[in-house]
Design a binder for this molecule. Sequence first.
Ligand SMILES: CC(=O)N[C@H]1[C@@H](OP(=O)(O)OP(=O)(O)OC[C@H]2O[C@@H](n3ccc(=O)[nH]c3=O)[C@H](O)[C@@H]2O)O[C@H](CO)[C@@H](O)[C@@H]1O[C@H](C)C(=O)N[C@@H](C)C(=O)N[C@@H](CCC(=O)O)C(=O)O
Ligand code: ATP
Length: 453
Amino acid sequence: MSEWKFNRDAIRAFRFVRCSFDAATGVAQLVYAFDDGPELIETVTVPGAPFALDDARAQAAERALRLLHLIAGVSYYKAAVPEEIRIDSYAIDADTAALMELIYVNGLGEFAYRNGLNLHGRIRFPVAQQQGASAPALGLREHALVAIGGGKDSLVSIEALRSLGIEQTVTWIGGSQLIRACAERTGLPTLNLGRTLAPQLFDYNREGAWNGHIPVTVLNSAIMVFAAVLLGVDQVVFSNERSASYGSMIEGTGEVNHQWSKGWACEQAFGEYVQREIAADLHYYSLLRPLSELAVARQFARTDRYDAHFSSCNRNFHILGERPASRWCGVCPKCHFVFLALAPFMPKPRLMGIFGRNLLDDPAQTGGYDALLEFQDHKPFECVGEGRESRAAMAALAERPEWREDALVERFVREIRPQLDASELRIEPLLVIDDEHRIPASLWERLRAQFAA
Ligand SMILES: CC(=O)N[C@H]1[C@@H](OP(=O)(O)OP(=O)(O)OC[C@H]2O[C@@H](n3ccc(=O)[nH]c3=O)[C@H](O)[C@@H]2O)O[C@H](CO)[C@@H](O)[C@@H]1O[C@H](C)C(=O)N[C@@H](C)C(=O)N[C@@H](CCC(=O)O)C(=O)O
Ligand SMILES: Nc1ncnc2c1ncn2[C@@H]1O[C@H](COP(=O)(O)OP(=O)(O)OP(=O)(O)O)[C@@H](O)[C@H]1O
């Protein structure tokens, strides 16, 4: 074993070695390996131990733990993308294998594109078990674990649930101080779940592992589903908007979606699996699925409670390395997009106060905005709205005296708008509320009224 060296091209198999949960400490261990190399151990910690679970809940927790083990393996599998996948300590059925293949192939879509790999037909999870009976209801109490990511989207959901009188715990994974500050600002009960990646992964990255984006939202979702079973609550709520279902259109390749695991196809498949295989009364859904990014931005602008606390800039969220000097780096696609999406819905001085500058009056940001507008470039690989949303927001600003002389708005009017169909530049059609979602019927009518107001 001590002779083993990471060599991505020589590795034959990725192994799901075992997973375990210690109810006395709240620590779960997710163990993987390449061939007969060292064990790669990821840990997830759920506060509130010791957990005393009855038989039905203990069995559901074991099923949720295996689901998490399978999904979290994507961080390690991607390092070598070997031909074979093995599961050493339990067996999975065809439905589980199909869900994993869906998540791995699509969730690693950007990773594969950027590395010139073709994962279709390559990722095969071994099926060694017949389909079992559907999971029973556990008698979970009515309470929502709401994911918070530090950005605008989750804050919109949290405020919506608050106004509907739904009991919630604001929940996040990892050690981000920015997310903690936002969570505390809500004034609601909070829960911080621990997650530590196997340290060898960072060595492997330095030693030439394949690297790239992983489907982090479905991974966070699986962690929260596991926590929900332990804590005995019936809802896991995310804040993934409709626009997340649409990727970047790449010439010669087709659609590649950075945020596939925030999209509708993933939510449907994962949510149905959780209800069928983990607990019949555990509901996983995105509260913002019926809304576009612009509609979410409009909702967010209705309160200034979080202006001094939130950030959508992903540069704040690295596990290793540098963070930006301020909450908004001002030069990444998320900063560009969020500034543009909020601009039609809030007074200019408020927006400039949030960002500390005017990104639309900075010619250095031209390339970044062109990509968002899908003008001579494709939509960036980031969690940003559709090109038509960016174009409609820019067109709205072009009509506003306080914005139209800013460098990038003025350029849009002069160079880009003349090439576009004016009938496709209206914001209103993009604010329409969709009916495709998994929001429980008991909430939906009241929520719809709130979103429509
Ligand atoms: C913060 C960030 O954007 N990270 C991406 C970045 O990682 P980087 O190497 O610059 O630094 P670290 O985040 O510190 O990660 C170090 C390495 O660890 C591996 N890793 C990390 C987290 C994980 O869950 N699994 C991992 O395997 C990886 O090898 C890292 O290099 O670049 C990486 C490579 O492209 C990305 O994988 C990192 O993305 C994170 C997984 C991440 O959390 N990204 C979110 C900020 C993000 O993109 N969120 C989207 C959601 C999209 C989705 O659900 O698919 C969003 O904003 O909505
Ligand atoms: N560290 C985390 N722990 C738990 N949930 C997270 C974490 N990071 C992101 N999420 C959740 O993942 C989903 C997608 O994240 P995303 O970054 O789009 O949302 P956001 O941070 O609320 O808003 P924004 O799009 O403005 O950044 C959201 O439901 C968010 O709450």
